[in-house]
Design a protein around this ligand. Structure first.
Ligand SMILES: *[C@@H]1O[C@H](CO)[C@@H](O)[C@H](O)[C@H]1NC(C)=O
Ligand SMILES: *[C@@H]1O[C@H](CO)[C@@H](O)[C@H](O)[C@H]1NC(C)=O
Ligand SMILES: *[C@@H]1O[C@H](CO)[C@@H](O)[C@H](O)[C@H]1NC(C)=O
Length: 603
C-alpha cells in the first residue's frame, strides 16, 4: 500500500516536470563505432579504424576492427530498464575505415572503399580502398546466438577513400567520389577521384563528374539522395547536380546555395543533410535540409539550416530558423513522430585525422536539439536533456526499433585530447606518452526521447502482427493488441547506416490509413521506389499522444502492388472505416487524405 502510494506520488511528480528525454549508459561496442549500421533484432554492426603506431591492437577484439553488437542482450522488448550491450568481434577482409555505405534491398550492408592504414600497421586488414564488401546479418527473429558475417565482393575499378554510397530505386547502388589517398588540407596533392560507378557494375564505369573536380578538396563524403523521380541528388560544397541513373544524363536545375558566412557545406566543415519527413500533411513532398558545419570567417560552428525541394519546377534554397546554437560534426535522427533530433558534435574546429590535426575541433555539445518540421517559423527548435558522453570526430547516432536513439563512437581529434592537453595522444603521432589515456571511445549511450517517458507512464500501442514484406503501393493489415481507434498515425522509417555525419539511408514516410476495425488497421505502403527505396523499414503506429509502438520490421520490396481482400480482419466496408475516422480527433488533412484513399480503395 505504502509502495503503491509512493509510486503514485513519484509518477505524478514525473508527469508534472516537462519531459526532456533520459540518457542511460548502454554498454560497450568493443570497437569505436565509426561506421555503424542497424541490423535486425536491435543489433548494430560497427567498424573502427585499425589502431596504429603507439596504440596496440584492440584488446577487446584481438585486433579485429569490426564487431556486431546486441544492444538489448535479453532486455525487455520495449527497451525499458537497463541495457548491457554484448559485442562479438567479426573479421573483415580489407580495411574498411572511411568507406561509404548503405543498406541494400535485402537488408544486408554494402560498403565501398576504405583506407590502407591496416596494411601500414602490418597486423590489421590490408588496403581496402578498392574493396567492396557486404555484411549479411542474421534474419529477423534469429536465435540469440546468431551473428552475421562479412563477405568480399569483386573490387571497384578505382580507389575510393571517403566516397558516398546510396541505394537506388531499383535496389542497385551508386558509389560517388572519394580520394585515392589521405587528404592533407594544408598541402593538397592530386588525389581526387572525380568519378562515380555502380554496384552491380555497369558498362562505362567509372564515369567522370566535373562537379567533383571543381569542388576539390571540398568533395569528400558528397551528399547523395535518391529522389521520387528515381534521379539522384548530389551536392558538394555549394553546388548540386542531378544524375539520371538510367541514362547517366546530368541535370543542373538546382541553383547554387547561398553561402553567406559559412565554410563549404561539406567535410571537413561537416554539416549534415537529411531528407525531411514526407507526410500526409505535406503531400509527401521531397525536401532536403542541411544544418550546421563551420563558419567562413571564424572556426566557430554555424547555427544555419537551409532547405531545398530539388524536384520543384524551380527549386529555391530557403533558410529556416537557426538551430539554438552553432554545431558541427552534427548527426540527425528522424524519429517515429516525424520530429528530427540533431545531436553530437562540437562548437568549433574541423573534422579530420591528418597528422597534426588531432585536437582541431572541440567544445562538445551534449544536448540534442529537436527540430519540428511542422512547427511555425520561430518555434521550430527546442532543446532536450544533455548526454553524458561527448561525440566528436568518428561518432554517430541511429534510431532503434524500440524508439530509442543510440549514440556511439568518437576517437582522435576529440575534446578529451584537447582539453587535457594530451598532445601526444593522437594515433598518428610517433612519440608515445606514457600518461596518455586510451582515446578510443567504445561506450554506447541510449536516449529515451520524451515520447518514451510518456510511454513508460501511460503505456504504448502494441503491434501484434504485420507482414514481413510488402511491395510499393500495396495495402496491408497491421494487427494490434491495443485499440485501433487510439491510433493517430502510422509511420515508416528506413533503417539506416551512418558514418562521418553521412546517412543516405534514413527517410520517413507516413502511411495512409485506409480503414480500421477494433484491433486492426488497413494501411498502404509508400507509392514509389524513388521516394521509398527498397529495404528494411521500421513500421511504427503512434497514439493520439504521439507515443510510438515498438516497431515491426517490414521489408519493402520491388514488385507489383497487392491489395488486401475485402473483409480481412473485419475491415469490411468504407462505412466501418468512416466510423473509425469520425472518432479520430486528429488533423483535418489526414481525414481528407483518408477519405480520398478510402474512395480509391475497393472494399
Ligand atoms: C543480399 O543481397 C546481396 C546483393 O544481391 C547479396 O550479395 C547478399 O548475399 C544478400 N544477402 C543475403 C543474406 O541473402
Ligand atoms: C562554393 O564552393 C567552392 C568550391 O568549394 C568554393 O571555392 C567557393 O568559394 C564557394 N562559393 C562561395 C560563395 O563561398
Ligand atoms: C497507388 O495506389 C493508389 C490507389 O490506392 C492509386 O491511386 C495510385 O495511382 C497508385 N500509385 C502508383 C504509383 O501506382
Amino acid at each position: 500500500m505504502l509502495a503503491a502510494a509512493t509510486a503514485l506520488v513519484f509518477a505524478a511528480s514525473l508527469a508534472a516536470a516537462a519531459d526532456v528525454g533520459v540518457w542511460t549508459p548502454a554498454g560497450s561496442s568493443g570497437v569505436v563505432c565509426i561506421h555503424t549500421a542497424l541490423l535486425p533484432n536491435s543489433r548494430l554492426i560497427c567498424n573502427e579504424r585499425p589502431h596504429q603506431n603507439m596504440y596496440p591492437a584492440n584488446a577487446n577484439t584481438g585486433g579485429l576492427v569490426s564487431a556486431e553488437i546486441d544492444l538489448l542482450n535479453g532486455a525487455d522488448v520495449n527497451g525499458f530498464g537497463s541495457w548491457t550491450a554484448k559485442f562479438t568481434p567479426r573479421e573483415v577482409a580489407t580495411d574498411p575505415l572511411c568507406a561509404g555505405h548503405s543498406l541494400l534491398a535485402n537488408g544486408s550492408w554494402f560498403q565501398a572503399g576504405g583506407d590502407p592504414y591496416g596494411a601500414n600497421n602490418g597486423q590489421n586488414p590490408p588496403d581496402g580502398r578498392k574493396s567492396r564488401r557486404i555484411y549479411n546479418p542474421c534474419p529477423v527473429g534469429a536465435a540469440a546466438d546468431c551473428v552475421g558475417s562479412w563477405t568480399t565482393l569483386p573490387d571497384m575499378t578505382t580507389q575510393r577513400w571517403y566516397p558516398t554510397v546510396a541505394t537506388l530505386a531499383d535496389g542497385s547502388v551508386i558509389i560517388i567520389g572519394g580520394t585515392t589517398d589521405a587528404i592533407n588540407f594544408g598541402q593538397l596533392a592530386d588525389i581526387n577521384n572525380p568519378t562515380y560507378e555502380y554496384w552491380p557494375s555497369k558498362a562505362g564505369d567509372p564515369r567522370h563528374l566535373d562537379i567533383l573536380s571543381w569542388a576539390f578538396p571540398n568533395m569528400l563524403y558528397p551528399m547523395v539522395f535518391v529522389m521520387p523521380s528515381e534521379h539522384v541528388f548530389l551536392f558538394v560544397s555549394n553546388k548540386t547536380v542531378i544524375i539520371d541513373p538510367k541514362t547517366d544524363n546530368l541535370i543542373y536545375t538546382v541553383p547554387d546555395m547561398p553561402v553567406m558566412d559559412h565554410a563549404p557545406w561539406i567535410y571537413p566543415h561537416i554539416p549534415t543533410m537529411t531528407v525531411l519527413p514526407m507526410t500526409i500533411k505535406n503531400n509527401f513532398k521531397f525536401t532536403l535540409q542541411i544544418c550546421g558545419g563551420s563558419r567562413q570567417t571564424t572556426i566557430d560552428a554555424s547555427p544555419m539550416c537551409w532547405q531545398i525541394s530539388p524536384e520543384d519546377a524551380s527549386p529555391q534554397w530557403t533558410r529556416i530558423d537557426d538551430m539554438p546554437r552553432g554545431r558541427l560534426m552534427i548527426d540527425s535522427v528522424i524519429m517515429p513522430d516525424g520530429k528530427i533530433l540533431y545531436l553530437n558534435g562540437g562548437s568549433w574546429g574541423v573534422a579530420g585525422g591528418d597528422p597534426g590535426e588531432a585536437g582541431s575541433a572541440g567544445g562538445p555539445i551534449m544536448a540534442p536539439d529537436l527540430f519540428d518540421p511542422e512547427a511555425p517559423s520561430g518555434s521550430q527548435w527546442s532543446t532536450l536533456a544533455s548526454a553524458s558522453n561527448y561525440r566528436m570526430y568518428h561518432s554517430g547516432a541511429l534510431l532503434l526499433e524500440t524508439g530509442h536513439i543510440v549514440t556511439f563512437g568518437s576517437d582522435i581529434n576529440n575534446q578529451d585530447d584537447a582539453v587535457n592537453k594530451k598532445a601526444d595522444c593522437m594515433p598518428q603521432v610517433q612519440q608515445f606518452n606514457a600518461g596518455c589515456q586510451d582515446p578510443f571511445n567504445t561506450n554506447i549511450e541510449r536516449f529515451a526521447p520524451p515520447y518514451l517517458q510518456r510511454a513508460e507512464r501511460n503505456g504504448r500501442p502494441v503491434i501484434s502482427k504485420a507482414p514481413d514484406t510488402t511491395t510499393h503501393n500495396s495495402t496491408f493489415i497491421v494487427e494490434l493488441s491495443t485499440a485501433a481507434s487510439n491510433v493517430a498515425r502510422v509511420t515508416f522509417i528506413r533503417q539506416a547506416s551512418t558514418t562521418h555525419q553521412t546517412n543516405t539511408d534514413q527517410r520517413f514516410i507516413e502511411l495512409n490509413i485506409l480503414g480500421r476495425s477494433d484491433k486492426a488497421l488497413l494501411v498502404q505502403a509508400p507509392d514509389l521506389a524513388g521516394r521509398a527505396p527498397p529495404g528494411r523499414w521500421f513500421l511504427f503506429v503512434l497514439d493520439k499522444d504521439g507515443v510510438p509502438s515498438v516497431s515491426k520490421t517490414v521489408f519493402l520490396q520491388l514488385g507489383a502492388a497487392t491489395q488486401v481482400p475485402a473483409g480481412t480482419n473485419g475491415i469490411t466496408s468504407s462505412k466501418n472505416a468512416a466510423k473509425a475516422a469520425s472518432s479520430f480527433s486528429g488533423i483535418s488533412s489526414l481525414i481528407t487524405a483518408f477519405a480520398a484513399a478510402v474512395s480509391a480503395f475497393a472494399f
